[in-house]
Each structure stands twice: as structure tokens, then as C-alpha cells.
Design a protein around this ligand. Structure first.
Ligand code: TRP
Length: 333
């Protein structure tokens, strides 16, 4: 009996510096879990990163480190295709083509563009504006069925579907229309200092985020300083954003339910609780940090992985690109 084709998952993350506990628990940990059930294709979206000016040496270092760190988190280059976007030229090529099938008005409505334009008022470049067509190219090249994305990328995914649909209607079915993938154990990790905003590496207060490579004593310090409330009771409830967030993190790294956590800390203060969360996170990060140290010291292995990843990605991407070019009427080379 023929085995059913596994669904294709595509996702990407920018190699733009520190990867936080929020990125890990909110996205990466789920990617790792999806690898057996799906055909996964994961990328470092370095072409997207240059929409904000990068220092060349830092950019190279960030990309290498992000690749090693994702391997350390459990992205398995044998199970999945794991590559660096700029190594597969088809992404930039299809992005150009899709730019010609994307309306100015559509791109103008993207909230991320509006936010980033406000934040980088001195460099509102055309790449920032057409960022979503490049993202559409990433997804559509692989005929992805599912794309795990956070809330902030949903609008881009919707646009991707619209572009794909428009192209299919103008020619003939070419692109698969991708759906968003909401993980079963989704986690939205908030800032430890301001639990009403998402944990972000660009938080001006470094105590707001935990970096995956923070040493144990730094992790402990950040959790001990985490904002809670004055009730002194570990329970999950509306209005207790700080405690809810810490419980969410603790639940993610220990697998315990909220009820189990409430029970565990019954009658105990926040001091104990924060120490326990810190220690659990340290233990969770320990093997990741150990593997990271091995990978980052082995440049030959890293190169081998991302070169092979790019070759495998390219075979799929070029097939889609060739179809697109032919349908549009480009003269074959
Ligand atoms: N724009 C995404 C982000 O910043 C990263 C990304 C690039 C992506 N291409 C993608 C995510 C394709 C999903 C699919 O988070």
C-alpha cells in the first residue's frame, strides 16, 4: 500500500542576533516536535534581515551562531531540510516575480511595515516594503501545506495565500495555498519585566528577556527579578500577567499543568516559585548550551550541514521556479 504523502511544513526565523527563551518556547521547540510527523523545511531568513542595516562581521557571526543554536535545539538536518535562505537563489528570483503580482495597496496595509517604518524612519527601504513578497516566495517555492507562524506574521501568510491564488487564477494551478499552523502547545512568552508585552531581544531592559545562551547565574538573576504582583499566591488568573507568564514558562519546560503548579506552590511565596522556575529553565537549557558549544566549535560540520541543506532545498525550489517562469512566458535559457 502506498504511504500517504506527509504534509509539508515551512518556517523560518531571522538570524538577527540573540535568540530568546520566547523564540524557543513559542516557535523552535514546536518545530523540533513536528519533524517526525511532517516533511519539514526550515530556513534562516537572512535575506529578510538586511531590510535593517547590518554590520557585515556581526551579520556573518549571527548567522553562523543561529544555525548552530537551532541544531542544538534539536533541528535535525537528516530529518528536515535546514538551510540558509541566501544560499538558494530561487528565493530572491521568485520574490521579484511575486512583486509583480502583489499590489502596492496590499503591501501598504501590512501592519508590520507600518510599525517598522515608524521604528526605522531613517531607512524605510523598498525591501522593508516588499518583505512580504519575499516571505511568500519562501513559502510557495516548497508548496508548503502548513506554516507555523506567530500572530505577528498572520497577515503576511494571508497575503501569501492571496498572491498564490491570484497567480493560480491568472495561469493555472501552480502554488499550493498554505494554512497557518497553530501548535497544540503554543506558548506566548512575555517580558519578565513588563508581562503585557512579548518577550523580545530588543527590550531595552535586558532583564526582560532570557537568551538561550545566558549562563545559569544570569538566568537565575533574571527570574529572581521578574515582575509578579502583591497577592503572593501562585495561581493562574486574570490580572496576574507576571505570575501567569512564569507559570507558562514553568509549564513549558517541566510539562506540568497549571493545576499541578498551583498545587506545588500552595502556601509558598513568590521567592521559592521564581527560584524553581529559574532552576527548571537552567536545566532545560543546559543540554542545548552544551550542544551549541560543540557545534559552534566545529565549523566544518556546520558548513557540511548548511551546504547539504541548501542543495536539498534548491532541488525543490528550482522545480517550482521553473514552472512559474514557463507559465509567465519567459524564454527558456
Ligand atoms: N518574517 C518571519 C519573522 O520575522 C520570518 C520568515 C521569513 C518566515 N520567511 C518566512 C516565517 C516564511 C514563516 C514563513 O518572524
Amino acid at each position: 500500500m502506498e504511504t500517504e504523502r506527509k504534509k509539508v511544513i515551512f518556517s523560518a526565523i531571522q538570524p538577527s542576533g540573540t535568540i530568546t527563551l520566547g523564540n524557543y518556547l513559542g516557535a523552535l521547540k514546536n518545530w523540533v516536535a513536528l519533524q517526525d510527523e511532517y516533511d519539514c523545511i526550515f530556513s534562516l531568513a537572512d535575506l529578510h534581515t538586511i531590510t535593517v542595516r547590518q554590520d557585515p562581521a556581526t551579520f556573518r557571526k549571527n548567522t553562523t551562531e543561529a544555525y548552530a543554536l537551532l541544531l542544538a535545539c534539536g533541528i535535525d538536518p537528516k530529518k528536515s531540510i535546514f538551510f540558509i535562505q541566501s544560499h538558494v537563489p530561487a528565493h530572491a528570483q521568485l520574490a521579484w516575480v511575486l512583486n509583480c503580482y502583489t499590489q502596492f495597496g496590499e503591501l501598504s496595509r501590512m501592519t508590520q511595515f507600518k510599525d517598522k517604518a515608524a521604528k526605522h524612519a531613517d531607512n524605510i527601504n523598498a525591501g522593508l516594503f516588499t518583505y512580504p513578497s519575499l516571505m511568500a516566495a519562501d513559502i510557495l517555492l516548497y508548496q508548503a501545506d502548513l506554516v507555523p507562524v506567530g500572530a505577528d506574521q498572520k497577515q503576511h501568510l494571508e497575503l501569501t495565500r492571496n498572491i498564490a491564488d491570484r497567480f493560480n487564477a491568472a495561469y493555472s494551478p501552480t502554488f499550493n495555498l498554505p494554512d497557518g499552523y497553530i501548535p497544540k502547545h503554543g506558548a506566548r512568552i512575555m517580558s519578565l519585566q513588563d508581562p503585557s508585552s512579548k518577550m523580545s531581544k530588543s527590550d531595552s531592559n535586558v532583564n526582560g528577556f532570557v537568551a538561550l545562551l545566558d549562563p545559569p547565574e544570569v538566568v537565575m538573576r533574571k527570574f529572581k527579578r521578574a515582575v509578579t504582583d502583591s497577592e503572593a499566591c501562585v495561581r493562574y488568573a486574570e490580572g496576574k500577567d507576571g505570575v501567569n507568564n512564569l507559570m507558562g514558562i514553568y509549564s513549558c519546560v517541566t510539562g506540568k499543568t497549571m493545576e499541578e503548579i498551583e498545587h506545588e506552590f500552595e502556601g509558598r511565596g513568590y521567592g521559592d516559585f521564581k527560584t524553581a522556575v529559574g532552576e527548571a529553565v537552567v536545566e532545560h537549557l543546559r543540554p542545548i548550551q552544551e550542544k551549541y558549544a560543540q557545534y559552534i566549535a566545529d565549523k566544518a560540520y556546520l558548513e557540511e550541514c548548511y551546504r547539504e541543506g541548501a542543495q536539498r532545498a534548491e532541488r525543490i525550489a528550482n522545480r517550482t521556479l521553473a514552472k512559474v517562469m514557463k507559465k509567465i512566458g519567459f524564454l527558456p535559457a
